[in-house]
Design a binder for this molecule. Structure first.
Ligand SMILES: CC(C)(COP(=O)(O)OP(=O)(O)OC[C@H]1O[C@@H](n2cnc3c(N)ncnc32)[C@H](O)[C@@H]1OP(=O)(O)O)[C@@H](O)C(=O)NCCC(=O)NCCS
Length: 170
């Protein structure tokens, strides 16, 4: 099988329409976060949002930011970057159906975790929605047995089942 060539790079403000298009293809309308929220994230966390291009076209994104282990970002929440972070929070990974199943999601995650290690953060965390649980298990994440009440309240902002998952970074 011919290997797919991806180009992974930091996201820019100009990527916003492409990011929103990927989001629309990957999530139910009730899960879509609006353009203003996304623009704020791109401005606040420019070093922590990446896109994946296939044949020169954005087909995937991964939006993350420095946070604290145990803190859950609600749906539509702004990225409040922690100055004393111990954890990279992966808020949203989406690969458009046309680009899915070729390793792009795993490549984006590996790049983000490498960046987190370079910062010296010991953990990564996320909220798993839709049917991605086994994907995240494959990336080394698992669901902790207990959650603080504030984290449980943030999880409840997601329509449908949502699970907090974490992993250690060696
Ligand atoms: C989940 C998603 C990000 C996976 O991206 P992808 O680029 O298709 O995944 P990859 O090709 O990198 O797959 C990596 C591995 O995970 C597996 N995998 C991918 N999606 C999976 C899923 N939904 N369930 C179980 N395993 C999955 C692949 O088979 C592959 O396994 P392998 O390493 O043994 O070959 C993508 O399907 C997506 O964007 N879904 C819609 C949005 C979404 O639900 N995002 C996650 C929110 S928490």
């Amino acid at each position: 099988m011919q290997e797919t060539l991806f180009h992974l790079r930091p996201a820019q403000a100009a990527d916003l329409p492409a990011i929103l298009a990927v989001q629309r293809q990957c999530y139910l309308p009730s899960m879509n976060e609006d353009g203003a929220t996304w623009a704020g994230r791109l401005a606040a966390a420019a070093d922590f949002v990446w896109v994946g291009e296939v044949a020169g076209k954005v087909g995937a994104y991964l939006a993350t930011y420095p946070s604290h282990l145990g803190k859950v970002t609600p749906l539509g929440g702004a990225f409040a970057l922690a100055a004393d972070a111990d954890c990279l929070y992966l808020h949203d990974l989406a690969v458009a159906p046309a680009a899915a199943g070729r390793g792009l999601g795993a490549r984006l995650v590996a790049g983000a975790l490498a960046a987190a290690r370079q910062h010296g953060w010991r953990h990564a965390a996320l909220v798993c929605v839709q049917d991605a649980y086994a994907f995240w298990q494959g990336q080394g994440f698992s669901a902790p047995a207990t959650l603080a009440p504030a984290a449980q309240a943030a999880l409840a902002s997601y329509p449908g089942p949502a699970r907090y998952m974490t992993r250690q970074l060696d």
